[in-house]
Ligand binder design. Structure first.
Ligand code: ADP
Length: 531
């Protein structure tokens, strides 16, 4: 469907002007205006008047003077009055297309109004200015106005058709704009289900270009399936159902993109019928609901993961606390101490989880506050690694920091949380290869910190997901390890708030390297007010 209909509309407007101009010339007029009656006014075309050799500014005084005089009617369709106010003529008659102007004096003009009516009703009035005393060939036969009435009927029918065409072209333009700019995919088919229109949203959704799919069967392009994954039979295809008179509104199904990727959509089908009621075209609007589906899944995963993550430490705490509280328990000091430290660890885990949840909701609400100041990153990294090594002596943590690592602008506590999170993950997701490497390096604008492990790795497809909320990826193993998929989301928000970046390079079963960058102190944009 083409959007370039402005030219077509201009052409039709010109045709109406030519028609009005020819009529005025045949009536011996020099200039004038055709005013569409209220009954014939069509908001689709919005054309209220058509001027012929009369400037817009001359119209109000002309109409004001006409209001005062006798109006033409169906019984007396032509009214001739005294000359127009001089202001009308002074405001200027537009020169003819060949550049000629009228040589007549203003007082030599008179004003005529011709009532236009055809079988469909009143169309409007042509007001025109003509040399005083001039008569058109339609007025010469005194006693009979048959020729004038015949002329009026033909002119009115011609003008009605021109106005209707103008309205149609404008309507077509509006529909083309809706089709073109709709965010929902729209495709139309003929009665043999061959594609005849495919809008840009549909191109974006499916990866097909309109030129590639025109004339092809729509269900071969979309390859629709139901939500259980069964291919839809032709009888169940939404457009055929619409052809059969069924209502198809927001029906959920799965379609395929050009690259074979499948996604959830809600489709609405409609049928355009001929005057005899036969299906001529089918229209399918396609709304991508994969995001909504994902969010629904996220919500239910969130509830089950959070419940599980809360239940586990609570159960451990309760179990150990009950043992310690039993009066008949005979635990030695060492056994008591190990149970108390397990309770403390689980309480810490609960605390971290609740803290992360609060953190995530603050990020969502846009209320994360930062205290940004010059920061010696090398010292911070060394401190975190030292504490980690003390906590996990069975892990080998190597550290590579070049001398004179530049100072960065950052919030110390937040960056410590980011590094801690990356290190915890490196350890958690490396069940076999128990070594982690931390490196720092400087570029012209930034300092980059990387944490590398030789753990389970992340597939290329999953790497896009892991910085989103509640995303836990990978195999069964990942899901047996504690976590709710908030750590990297929080890290991402913190680093972006510093004007830095965080990213991952990873290969399945080989390991991962998570890196983040922070602006060097001299490159940071001040003042740094976050969120
Ligand atoms: P959590 O660890 O609590 O699940 P994160 O947001 O920290 O949440 O991580 C999101 C997901 O990214 C993890 O569930 C895991 O699938 C993956 N992931 C993170 N770090 C690593 C890593 N070092 N190696 C392999 N997978 C990782």
């Amino acid at each position: 469907m083409s959007l370039s209909q402005a030219q077509q509309f201009e052409d039709l407007h010109d045709q109406t002007t030519i028609l009005v101009g020819s009529a005025i010339r045949l009536l011996c007029g020099e200039a004038g205006v055709f005013i569409v009656s209220r009954e014939a006014f069509d908001p689709q075309s919005n054309a209220e008047h058509t001027l012929y050799r009369l400037s817009e500014s001359a119209l109000p005084p002309l109409l004001a003077s006409i209001q005062e005089g006798i109006q033409p009617t169906s019984a007396c369709p032509l009214v001739v009055s005294a000359g127009p106010p001089t202001s009308v003529v002074q405001l200027g008659l537009v020169p003819y297309d060949n550049g000629e102007t009228s040589e007549r004096e203003p007082q030599a003009l008179e004003r005529c109004s011709l009532y236009l009516q055809d079988h469909a009703g009143v169309l409007g009035v042509i007001h025109y200015l003509r040399p005083a005393g001039a008569y058109s060939c339609f007025e010469r036969h005194t006693g009979s106005d048959g020729a004038l009435r015949l002329f009026i009927a033909h002119l009115a029918a011609g003008l009605r058709a021109a106005l209707r065409s103008q309205a149609l072209v404008k309507e077509q333009g509006r529909l083309a704009a809706i089709f073109h700019y709709s965010t929902d995919g729209i495709l139309t088919v003929d009665n043999a289900l061959r594609i005849i229109d495919f809008n840009p949203a549909m191109e974006k959704l499916t990866g097909w270009r309109e030129s590639e799919v025109l004339g092809r069967l729509y269900y071969e392009i979309l390859r629709p399936r139901d939500r259980q994954g069964n291919a839809l039979t032709l009888q169940n295809s939404p457009i055929l159902q619409a052809f059969a008179g069924q209502v198809v509104v927001n029906r959920e199904m799965v379609i395929a993109a050009r690259d074979g990727q499948r996604f959830d959509v809600a489709v609405t089908a409609a049928c355009v019928r001929s005057a005899r009621g036969e299906p001529m075209n089918g229209i399918l609007t396609v709304r991508d609901i994969s995001r909504e589906r994902e969010q629904e899944e996220q919500r239910s995963t969130f509830i089950s993961v959070i419940s599980h993550e809360l239940q586990t430490p609570i159960a451990i705490i309760k179990g150990y606390a009950s043992t310690l509280a039993r009066t008949d328990a005979t635990l030695d000091a060492e056994a008591q101490r190990s149970r108390l430290s397990a309770i403390e660890e689980e309480a810490d885990r609960l605390n971290k989880l609740v803290g992360n949840l609060l953190y995530a909701s603050r990020i969502q609400a846009g209320g994360l506050q930062m205290e940004i100041a010059p920061l010696d990153l090398a010292a911070l990294v060394q401190g975190v690694v030292r504490r980690l090594q003390a906590r996990t002596p069975d892990f080998s943590v190597t550290l590579a920091i070049p001398p004179n690592l530049p100072t960065v602008m950052a919030d110390r506590d937040r960056i410590e949380e980011v590094l801690q999170n990356l290190l915890d993950n490196a350890i958690k997701y490396s069940p076999q290869q128990r070594s982690v490497q931390v490196t720092c390096r400087a570029t012209g604008d930034e300092v980059i910190v990387s944490v590398s492990d030789c753990g389970i790795g992340i597939s290329l497809r999953d790497q896009e997901q892991i910085f989103h909320r509640f995303q836990r990826v990978g195999n069964h193993l990942t899901h047996t390890l504690p976590g709710v998929g908030l750590g990297l989301y929080i890290c991402h928000a913190i680093i972006e708030a510093h004007g830095g970046h965080i990213w991952v390079e990873s290969a399945l079963r080989q390991g991962s390297t998570f890196s983040f960058s922070l602006p060097r102190v001299e490159k940071a944009q001040l003042p740094m007010v976050m969120f």
